[in-house]
Design a protein around this ligand. Structure first.
Ligand SMILES: [Ca+2]
Length: 234
């Protein structure tokens, strides 16, 4: 457990936001940082017996997914439970999401709980020519504006609580294969992610087997390149 950089307990120190401006400490709370050109990110700890410790550097790769990431999606009222959006995160290529919607577009919102930097997304189509997706766009939102949606007098949502930014637009997803198709060429940072499917090859609703994400937990962009271990207590 890390000590907040703007706190002097349990360890008094000089690595304060005031002493190290432009080092990403102002809003660092108790996250690992590298204000003084150490070899890696580190933090003071909440353990009075342990002044500081190194932090793990995030590993970049295909993310281990959690069903907890699902917070909202186009529903399937006809087959609840069987073909829900959780089926795209279950690492099982025999199960798929089958949303039913009056609108001819479908979406899933993921909440990764912490901020990630992503550079690739993978999708696995059902493998036919009716339900395989052809066009989607991918968006991110750093935060939710409010915890509760604004509603009008009849209780309907009147405002989208996210600040969606377009990350990627894909129009050439191939049909008749359930092989994972990867789409990269972007770099985006956020906690909330939205997959919007706008077109399928046969104009039916999409049947989607899996969605995967490539990236790493985000580090502060101002973290300097580490060169020395000058914060080591004397
Ligand atoms: Ca699946």
């Amino acid at each position: 457990m890390c000590q907040r950089w703007d706190s002097q307990t349990p360890h008094g120190h000089t690595r304060t936001p005031a002493n190290y401006p432009s080092s990403g400490l102002e809003h660092a709370q108790n996250y690992c940082r590298n204000p003084d050109n150490a070899t890696r990110i580190w933090c003071f700890t909440m353990d009075p017996m342990k002044r500081w410790e190194w932090c793990d550097v995030p590993v970049c790769g295909w993310l281990e997914r959690s069903p907890d990431w699902l917070i909202e999606a186009t529903p399937n009222n006809r087959y609840p439970g069987c073909h829900g959006p959780d089926k795209v995160l279950d690492d099982n290529y025999t199960t798929y999401w089958n949303p039913i919607s009056e609108q001819r577009s479908w979406y899933i919102i993921f909440d990764f709980a912490v901020t990630y930097n992503l550079s690739k997304i993978g999708v696995s189509n059902y493998g036919d020519t009716s339900h395989d997706i052809s066009t989607f766009h991918f968006q991110t939102s750093e935060k939710r504006k409010t915890e509760t949606r604004e509603t009008n007098k009849t209780g309907e949502s009147v405002a989208d609580p996210y600040d969606w930014e377009d990350v990627l637009m894909v129009t050439d997803v191939v049909a008749r294969t359930c092989k994972l198709q990867e789409f990269g060429g972007f770099s985006a940072t956020g906690r909330f992610w939205k997959l919007n499917i706008t077109k399928t090859h046969g104009a039916w609703q999409p049947w989607l087997r899996e969605v995967t994400f490539f990236g790493a937990r985000a580090q502060h962009v101002n973290d300097p390149e580490p060169t020395a271990e000058s914060h080591l207590p004397k």
